[in-house]
Design a protein around this ligand. Structure first.
Ligand SMILES: [Zn+2]
Ligand SMILES: [Zn+2]
Length: 268
């Protein structure tokens, strides 16, 4: 079995519960072949993760774990960067990234106009709430240096209970624009299993988006549990792999020093 998990948070993230070593040991115990830590990182002072990541600590802990689990579990060091496209912070972000040795970058939209999504959606129409989220994702794709788009339809996590889930057809145009931009920029999307852990009950993004991505020729995809504790590590990854296979994906991708590596689904 070659199950990998390319979206996990340790206690180096503001909301992570377990240490790098604990998460790595759990990965080994459940038979994963590779994990990539993707700690929250932001240079926007309005973001909750601003100033939280201590890179030196993160570096030394990941290096120690790599040494400790050598030959048994591959461990990578990544980042999940919130809104990497914002013009006013881009220079600062570039400067900070130059100092880091990073294998993999997820670009994620967690805020719109510096506001958390839950706050942003209050008093707005359902259509606009989802549209604005997708639009922000598009802006991120065309204006930032990332490897993968994180949880592409995350808005449903916050809007689900009050406004309901969105209908794919209502947003087909902007979704297609997003996916075409992803493909032409040579980056990819992730399938994030954390949606199975809440009422949404489906991955981010949903199967309609995954199917369209495949139809448009999209191939680059990573798998992530978005777990913030050992318990959820790779929790739905096998189910997700089966889903990808059904949709027609042949490979999933891993990253090393920001270079993609292919993992054939049929070998898993
Ligand atoms: Zn995220
Ligand atoms: Zn995350």
């Amino acid at each position: 079995m070659k199950i990998v998990d390319f979206h996990i948070h340790s206690d180096n993230s503001f909301d992570g519960e377990n240490s790098i070593e604990e998460m790595s040991r759990k990965g080994l115990e459940i038979g994963l072949s590779e994990i990539c830590f993707t700690e929250h990182f932001s240079v926007d002072p309005r973001d909750i993760s601003y100033g939280v990541l201590n890179y030196e600590k993160y570096f030394s802990e990941t290096e120690k774990a790599k040494e400790k689990f050598k030959g048994k579990l591959k461990i990578k060091r990544g980042l999940e960067i919130g809104e990497p496209h914002l013009k006013e912070y881009r220079k600062d972000l570039e400067k900070q990234l130059e100092k880091m040795k990073i294998d993999f970058i997820i670009g994620s939209v967690h805020n719109i106009n510096g506001m958390k999504l839950r706050k942003y959606m209050s008093n707005k129409r359902k259509y606009d709430v989802y549209y604005d989220y997708f639009n922000e994702v598009y802006e991120m794709i065309i204006n930032s240096d990332i490897d993968i788009v994180g949880h592409m339809d995350l808005m449903k996590r916050y809007a689900y209970e009050t406004l309901g889930n969105y209908t794919f057809e209502d947003y087909r145009e902007i979704i297609e624009k997003i996916l075409k931009a992803v493909i032409s920029r040579g980056i990819g999307i992730e399938i994030n299993g954390s949606g199975y852990e809440n009422k949404v009950g489906e991955p981010y993004p949903n199967t309609d988006i995954l199917k369209l991505y495949r139809e448009l020729g999209g191939e680059i995809i990573t798998i992530g549990s978005d777990s913030h504790c050992c318990e959820n590590l790779a929790k739905h990854n096998l189910k997700i792999l089966k889903l990808l296979k059904e949709i027609g994906f042949e490979n999933v991708f891993t990253y090393n020093k920001r270079k993609k590596e292919v993992l054939s689904i049929s070998d898993i």
